[in-house]
Design a protein around this ligand. Structure first.
Ligand code: BEZ
Ligand code: FE
Length: 276
């Protein structure tokens, strides 16, 4: 038997049998937190049913190549919160992975030219991968991807060749990398699903993300960084739909006489296990 005073404790204790102590702690706290939310807001049957139906719609539009649940986490700022609380002090900040990364990016030699048939403003992204004390990390790997001049990633644009504007490369012995590419464009989060239509748009929020390079930087013995680099003067920095912009992720395109503008961006990795 339960009543309003005992229910939360009874449900919490029902998870005492979980062997994994971390899972046990998380589930019990989740129960406590959601029960508290329901009580504080006097949630009605109709409201709870609507919430469950919303989650059904989020699931219905999701598939192996599209996760509306990830988008939900992004627009609620939870993805960024997880990034921020896990950030090793002094290292390059992390930022949202987004839906357009896959592990099978083609290897290219450093320096790399990704421009090929792409239109758009040619730019150079270069820098050094280093330790927190500034020593170059010679065996670091960079996994890089970005959108094309029409704002789209190759996976969702049949007019682009497979693997357009993405690659993996090894930095040089001096930790240096150089990528000749195009300036990434601002673009919108998906607006055809329930997250946009029922949550973000009704709040009159922006769908735009500032233009960005996506980068995963890893090296044996160092904590992997999943992050993004933004142009310092992008008009959408303050209103990024997924809260991914951090002060330490702004780069500056410097004009170079007769050559493509250059952005210099160094990555600082903290020691630790490689998996992020
Ligand atoms: C992206 O960076 O590509 C992205 C991130 C979150 C939601 C949608 C797109
Ligand atoms: Fe992106």
């Amino acid at each position: 038997m339960v009543d309003l005073g005992s229910l939360t404790g009874v449900v919490e204790r029902s998870f005492d049998g979980l062997e994994d102590s971390r899972r046990r702690q998380l589930l019990k706290d989740l129960v406590r937190t959601i029960h508290d939310f329901v009580v504080r807001n006097n949630i009605s049957h109709a409201e709870w049913r609507q919430s469950i139906e919303f989650l059904h719609r989020v699931g219905d539009i999701s598939n192996a190549s599209r996760s509306e649940f990830s988008l939900l986490s992004d627009v609620l700022g939870i993805s960024s919160l997880v990034d921020l609380i896990g950030a090793p002090p002094g290292a390059t900040p992390s930022s949202v992975l987004g839906p357009f990364h896959s592990a099978d990016s083609p290897w290219r030699d450093n320096p790399v030219d990704l421009v090929k048939q792409n239109t758009g403003e040619v730019v150079i992204l270069e820098g050094v991968v280093k330790t927190l004390s500034g020593s170059p990390i010679a065996d670091a790997t960079i996994d890089f991807w970005q959108n094309a001049d029409n704002g789209l990633y190759w996976q969702v644009d049949p007019s682009q060749p497979a693997d357009n504007l993405r690659c993996k490369l090894k930095v040089g012995k001096d930790g240096h990398f150089l990528i000749r590419t195009i300036r990434p464009k601002p673009y919108c989060i998906p607006t055809d699903g329930p997250v946009w239509k029922e949550l973000v748009e009704p709040a009159r929020r922006s769908a735009w993300r500032p233009g960005h390079f996506h980068v995963i930087v890893s090296a044996p013995g160092y904590q992997t960084i999943v992050t993004e680099i933004f142009g310092h003067d992008d008009p959408y920095l303050a209103t990024d739909a997924v809260f991914g912009v951090r002060e330490g992720l702004l780069g500056r395109y410097e004009a170079v006489d007769g050559e493509a503008p250059r952005m210099r961006f160094d990555f600082e990795l903290a020691r630790g296990a490689e998996e992020s």
